[in-house]
Design a binder for this molecule. Sequence first.
Ligand code: NAD
Length: 244
Amino acid sequence: SKDFSGKTVVVTAAGQGIGRAIAEAFAQAGATVHATDINTELLAKLTAETGIATTKLNVLDDAEVKSVLGAIGPVDVLVNAAGFVHAGSILEMKDEDLDFALNLNVKSMVRTIRAVLPGMLDRKDGTIINIASVASSIKGVPNRFAYQTTKAAVIGLTKSVAADYVTQGIRINAICPGTVESPSLQDRMRAQGSDFEATRAAFMARQAMGRLGTPEEIADLAVYLAGATFTTGQAYAIDGGWTI
Ligand code: NAD
């Protein structure tokens, strides 16, 4: 696998779940990793367990995005992992939920990309990975209106940036996971019913492989794509066969 020694990697929402696994995978591949998250307790735990450098970064705050990413200096790989899942159909959704989902799932990526892209263009080199979902423009999933709408936008913004900068050394791709074992998935399963095991079994039943994905499996694809020099503007499904 590719050696990322001498490369600087920034990951958002790296405190737990997929973001954390991606930060750890790039560190194992030799990169200098800056793991960021809004939750400083999770970051302290990550540093204590792995030695990875961490910085508090709330991706809803444009000034903080500019100052934190500016202080890190040239970024070779940016991974945008921040995202939140709202439950509900279009009729059940609150307007403020859609506004929040647009802000956290989409505009956060606009902020971080604007902060690092000029430096990447100066060096004519840089790659960006956005965590979308198969619940997006890829597959209609019940009860996920705000989430699915914003994750489709992540694929759109990925293709737009890819098209604008394909000749200037920039590659940007989206990873579209299916259902992945993560702390927030556990929370969602608990929220959906009193019978945790039954809810879990229902999540499992829609898995073609009969199991959930792991954050490490998603992280493998992120590291692969960061080194996959002939691909840009693509949405990579990684879903245990859900969308076969
Ligand atoms: P998670 O939901 O368990 O953790 C999310 C992390 O984001 C937390 O550490 C949290 O502190 C951080 N965060 C929240 N608000 C933030 C903010 N304003 N600024 C910075 N950080 C913030 O993680 P997960 O389930 O692995 O999800 C990670 C990404 O993968 C999300 O974009 C999610 O939509 C996407 N995804 C997850 C699944 C899944 O099944 N878990 C499936 C498809 C896509």
